[in-house]
Design a protein around this ligand. Structure first.
Ligand SMILES: NC(=O)c1ccc[n+]([C@@H]2O[C@H](COP(=O)([O-])OP(=O)(O)OC[C@H]3O[C@@H](n4cnc5c(N)ncnc54)[C@H](OP(=O)(O)O)[C@@H]3O)[C@@H](O)[C@H]2O)c1
Length: 268
């Protein structure tokens, strides 16, 4: 971190839906300055002013593919690009010794690489940066533990038609929380008919401009319990990510989730 209290942020995937939402949310955080605007090497926006792309006054913030340089000038990086680019971004942050929040979902990075990186840098893995989903994840674990094993558990995942991965990273995390609560260990959610014993179902819809909705449905005989989280404005993810970035910039190396930043307590 710099000696001043200003936290400098490199935004990776700056031209995307989330990248633009992050640029628009940044002025709400006077303690934070976006110093890097990173897109792919093939981006049509290279050289353009990122702030202008987001509909803001020009800020002399040029869209670039030079992540190494952006990391030199940043205290923390936020990755909201694409799944296939995550390994390269993780390696660059590890080399530069800069904290990284991975907001991208659906990526495949070997567990040992994540662990090794977290030994060097503060690494926050956040498939969903909304406060509500962090609480929903905890409620899911608790409900799965409290309800009888005869209740079926299903995750419903609704997003816009442009979303690249399915099920969503959030839906996978909710399934994991349910499996943990029910004492199933690592479970592979999916739909089979008839339902396998202890299986957590997963239903995915990709439609229109839906920002994101997740429901965890506990269905028993004669009763059902549904926990739903609905996002109507992408700014929710952006503000959560920027708040988390402020926290992460000062965190020691290690692996974190949103619950660490929010200080959520596990109720047993
Ligand atoms: N954590 C959360 O709360 C949360 C919330 C919403 C979405 N997400 C996830 O965030 C990711 C982005 O979502 P989105 O809807 O913003 O997607 P998007 O609109 O497709 O934006 C992704 C952007 O990444 C850029 N990009 C592609 N390859 C890159 C590379 N190698 N280096 C740097 N930038 C690169 C692309 O821009 P150019 O073509 O200009 O390079 C593209 O505009 C997805 O994985 C999504 O699931 C997470």
């Amino acid at each position: 971190m710099t000696h001043t209290s200003l936290v400098r942020v490199a935004l990776i995937g700056v031209t995307g839906r989330m990248g633009l939402a992050l640029l628009q949310a940044a002025p709400h955080f006077p303690q934070l300055l976006i110093t890097g605007a990173i897109a792919s090497r093939a981006s049509l926006a290279l050289g353009r002013d990122a702030a202008r792309l987001a509909g803001l006054p020009a800020a002399n913030l040029e869209v670039s593919a030079d992540l190494e340089r952006a990391l030199e000038q940043a205290d923390v990086a936020l990755d909201f690009s694409r799944a296939e680019a995550v390994p390269e971004h993780l390696a660059a942050c590890r080399t530069a010794g800069k904290p990284l929040l991975i907001g991208v979902t659906g990526y495949a990075v070997p567990e040992e690489d994540l662990r090794a990186a977290a030994g060097r840098i503060a690494l926050l893995i956040a498939p969903n940066t909304s406060v509500g989903v962090a609480v929903l994840t905890e409620l899911t674990r608790q409900a799965a533990a409290a309800l009888p094993g005869t209740f079926d558990i299903d995750i419903l995942d609704l997003h816009h038609r442009g979303k690249a991965d399915a099920p969503s990273g959030t839906a996978r995390a909710l399934a994991q929380a349910a499996a943990l609560g029910r004492g199933l260990g690592a479970s592979a959610p999916g739909v089979t008919v008839p339902r396998g014993a202890g299986q957590i179902g997963m239903a995915v819809l990709r439609a229109g401009d839906q920002v994101g909705e997740h429901t965890v449905l506990f269905s028993g005989s004669g009763e059902a319990l549904a926990l739903t989280h609905r996002v109507s404005d992408r700014a929710v993810f952006a503000k959560g990510a920027l708040q988390a970035a402020l926290w992460l910039a000062a965190a020691p190396p290690g692996r974190y989730g949103m619950r660490d930043f929010l200080g959520l307590k596990t109720v047993t």
